[in-house]
Design a protein. Structure first.
Length: 115
């Protein structure tokens, strides 16, 4: 089992920056891909960014050049640094850990971009 807890969501003005985090505990050794997804109001959940066990990253075109995914292995924490935020980035952000047999989700953290 893996437990995921997101934090750091907030209200931020357009053009601003925010870093959200996902603290993981449990059988993390079984995980091979860690990712962020988001779900905006009235929208389907969508992929944002991912990082593999080998350190390769992949970022959605909509956030490329603005968002950066990173891992702090010592603290079992995943971060998403978000810069140049836009109102369309408003969403609940979820962390997602994928293993060979199971996929785990956190409860989400709200990010609102508004003036």
């Amino acid at each position: 089992q893996v437990q995921l807890v997101e934090s750091g969501g907030d209200l931020v003005q357009p053009g601003g920056s925010l870093r959200i985090s996902c603290a993981a505990s449990g059988s993390i050794f079984s995980i091979y891909t860690k990712a962020w997804y988001r779900q905006g109001p009235g929208k389907q959940r969508e992929f944002v960014a991912e990082i593999t066990r080998g350190g390769s990253t992949n970022v959605a075109n909509s956030v490329k050049g603005r968002f950066t995914i990173s891992i702090d292995n010592a603290k079992n924490t995943m971060h998403l640094q978000m810069n140049s935020l836009k109102p369309e980035d408003t969403a609940v952000y979820y962390c997602n850990f994928r293993g060979a047999l199971r996929t785990y989700w956190g409860q989400g953290t709200q990010v609102t971009v508004s003036s």
